[in-house]
Write a protein that binds this ligand. Structure first.
Ligand code: SF4
Length: 330
């Protein structure tokens, strides 16, 4: 483990092929942090069971997601990538941590309350309640000091810090085993889905990183725009149009001209959408090329995963040795 660079732990639940929201909200940030920090990237396959216990697609989805990570520029030599389920110490540390936090504290977690409301859950599996405890184990097993997160995940980082503090105070007051990690807020303008709602694969309103130029055009044709701009010539309101939000990201040099064209009516929505689709397709072209390489070299992908898991196992083993020593359990 590098001593000079701060350690970052970040991960995603494997949901298969990734979309633009993942790229803008996480992957670009992860790639840019690669040199400055020592990154570890977790395929959170046990966490994926929280919302759907059907495990039949998880392996396939994990490989698909890993291919997108690699295609986005994550370098396996710098940033080990591994599955949570293959490193048994995640489960063991989760068990120990589960003794160090009360259920009432977990029930007060605002992210949990939001999930219960959004998913209209009448009953809750323990996995929902204990989600931040497993997440604390994920982070602290690698002694993560920095965790890139969105605003909604900040309460989980606070729980991780509390657990680290409690463990250190109880078992290792003189020589703390765990750092108290900091949440690093991801700075990005969240891209809306093509229907204006939150971008989500389950809603079907996404552009996938693997979509072809034709697929992107087809999807973009159906994107909602300013409802008051019915035809070319009508003045539009770019700030309430999601296509403009996409332009902001993918056509930064032309954004002033697009705004003027939209507001004056000179630019029609069909042309504007196709222009946007072209920009997105061009930006994703290198990603698609790398993806096609990995798709036809699956042995290479599996070897990268194996290598990442060996590195992760060795660190996890070392941390658990320190945990057992601190706990004086023999
Ligand atoms: S011209 Fe472009 S930015 Fe303006 S409303 Fe139409 S799609 Fe949106």
């Amino acid at each position: 483990m590098s001593q000079s660079k701060k350690i970052i732990l970040s991960g995603m639940r494997p949901t298969g092929k990734l979309h633009l929201g993942h790229l803008v909200g996480a992957l670009e940030n992860w790639v840019s942090l690669q040199g400055e920090y020592q990154n570890y990237h977790l395929i959170a396959d046990y966490h994926a069971l929280t919302t759907n216990p059907d495990s039949s697609e998880i392996y396939k989805n994990s490989i698909d997601m890993l291919i997108d990570w690699l295609s986005a520029g994550l370098d396996p030599k710098k940033s080990p990538m591994f599955r949570q389920s293959r490193i048994k110490e995640h489960a063991e540390l989760h068990l120990i941590f589960s003794m160090l936090i009360t259920t009432s504290r977990l029930e007060r977690n605002p992210t949990l309350k939001e999930q219960v409301r959004d998913l209209e859950m009448e009953t809750m599996a323990y996995g929902h309640l204990g989600y931040p405890v497993l997440q604390a184990a994920d982070i602290l097993l690698y002694k993560g000091q920095v965790v890139p997160v969105g605003e909604d995940q900040m309460p989980h980082i606070e729980i991780t810090r509390e657990i680290a503090r409690r463990f250190n105070a109880l078992y290792a007051p003189a020589h703390p085993v765990f750092p108290e990690p900091e949440g690093k807020l991801t700075k990005f303008a969240r891209l809306p889905g093509l229907d204006g709602r939150r971008m989500s694969k389950s809603i079907g309103n996404t552009i996938l990183l693997s979509d072809s130029a034709d697929e992107i055009k087809k999807k973009m044709k159906g994107a909602v725009t300013d409802p008051q701009k019915l035809r070319k010539g009508d003045p539009g309101h770019p700030d309430i149009c999601l296509v403009f939000a996409y332009h902001n990201k993918f056509s930064p040099l032309e954004i002033g001209e697009i705004r003027t064209g939209c507001e004056s009516g000179a630019l029609g929505c069909v042309d504007c959408k196709m222009r946007c689709a072209d920009k997105i397709a061009t930006a994703l072209e290198p990603h698609r090329e790398r993806r096609s390489h990995y798709e036809s070299h699956l042995d290479e992908v599996k070897a990268i995963l194996h290598d990442g898991e060996e590195k992760a196992k060795s660190i996890a083993h070392q941390t658990m040795e320190e945990v057992h020593a601190a706990m004086k359990m023999g």
